[in-house]
Design a protein around this ligand. Structure first.
Ligand SMILES: CC(C)(COP(=O)(O)OP(=O)(O)OC[C@H]1O[C@@H](n2cnc3c(N)ncnc32)[C@H](O)[C@@H]1OP(=O)(O)O)[C@@H](O)C(=O)NCCC(=O)NCCS
Length: 184
């Protein structure tokens, strides 16, 4: 479940924090990933975030490491887990640019959905994407998410308003994907 063909989901380690600090300065990342104030975090602030990771019962954060050489390439999270209504927000970030566009986003998303639905028994996973983030949109669409709607002009960035596209996938749709794969 935590291991795919090329990628594995592993715990975030303290030694990964400098790489995360570096990614936060990458405009491809902070413009697409942090919809609030993109002011970069210091290593000390990230250390505090790291200390609190295991203490939040309503989030699950994993490191993405390559299977071949354990290279730390990104981070993935289920956040705002609502245990009563069995839903969560999904976020993915491949920080190392040379690892983007190689199918790792889709592979990772499938692993996270398997964990969310078959282990945590969640019912609904939601993802939010800036409307010009075509790669993220394709990643979610190829992982059986469906487009649910548009939050018009909900992000102010670089002196411009951006729309957010909301994607979601239900456990039943994910199961259907599994059945389809099995019957091919
Ligand atoms: C978004 C992200 C997770 C996608 O993962 P990825 O490994 O790069 O993407 P994949 O290789 O799995 O490809 C996903 C789809 O995007 C397509 N794609 C790849 N590069 C693209 C580009 N520059 N423009 C448009 N589509 C692109 C791929 O062809 C694929 O679609 P297809 O299978 O229909 O051909 C990753 O690029 C990333 O972390 N980007 C920076 C942070 C970010 O935007 N996070 C998402 C916030 S919601």
């Amino acid at each position: 479940m935590f291991v795919g063909n090329n990628i594995q989901l592993t715990p975030i380690q303290r030694s990964f924090l400098p790489a995360i600090t570096k990614w936060i300065y990458d405009p491809n990342i902070f413009l697409n990933t942090f919809f609030r104030d993109p002011f970069p975090l210091t290593l000390e602030q990230l250390e505090e975030w790291f200390q609190n990771l295991g203490r939040d019962p309503n989030s699950r954060v994993f490191a993405l490491q390559t299977l071949k050489d354990n290279h730390f390439i990104g981070e993935v999270a289920l956040r705002e887990i609502d245990w009563k209504n069995r839903s969560a927000q999904y976020a993915i970030l491949i920080g190392e640019s040379e690892y983007r566009g190689k199918g790792y986003g889709i592979e990772t998303t499938k692993l996270v959905l398997e964990y969310a639905f078959s282990e945590l028994a969640l019912h609904r996973i939601e993802a939010r994407v800036l409307d010009d983030n075509y790669r993220a949109a394709r990643c979610f669409e190829n992982s059986n998410f469906r487009k649910e709607g548009t939050l018009y002009e909900s992000v102010w960035r670089k002196s411009k308003w951006y729309n957010i596209i909301v994607y979601s996938i239900l456990a039943s749709q994910w199961n259907k994907g599994i059945e389809l794969q099995a019957s091919v």
